[in-house]
Design a protein around this ligand. Sequence first.
Ligand code: TYD
Length: 138
Amino acid sequence: MSEIDNKYKLLQFPDLGDERGNLVVVEGGMQIPFDIKRIFYIYGSDDSVVRGQHANLKSEFVLINVAGTSKVKVDDGKETGVIELNQPRMGVYLPKMLWKEMYDFSPDSVLLVLSNEHYDGNEYIRDYNEYLKIIGKK
Ligand code: TYD
């Protein structure tokens, strides 16, 4: 296991389902390690698309592929890691100040994203060189 694997956290959510089907619950401060202020979801992307490509000064995220699959590449300026989101009970927690990219979306991918912050475009670092400067790697 390399250093980068300590910078994110894989989450496994309990299934409260029964013979009627599956039911997965996530609550802020419980399965999700922050109070949830924002929810958005991404669908209709495919395997030619790369999303994200930013780091955040304040926002933390949990990503869950509630349908389909996608991959998340994380980069701390030193190392990269790849997480495959491939089941609806799995999530990944990404702290602030981690560079991330989402890609390789299956056609049926619905990527649900939870965050601890409301949207503020000013806390997004969208330039990789600027990111490296801010974290002191350049
Ligand atoms: P963008 O950050 O490029 O999405 P992703 O990181 O998934 O590739 O966002 C696309 C547009 O949507 C951009 O104009 C900003 C806007 N946006 C909001 O207004 N609120 C939000 O919570 C998010 C995630 C994006």
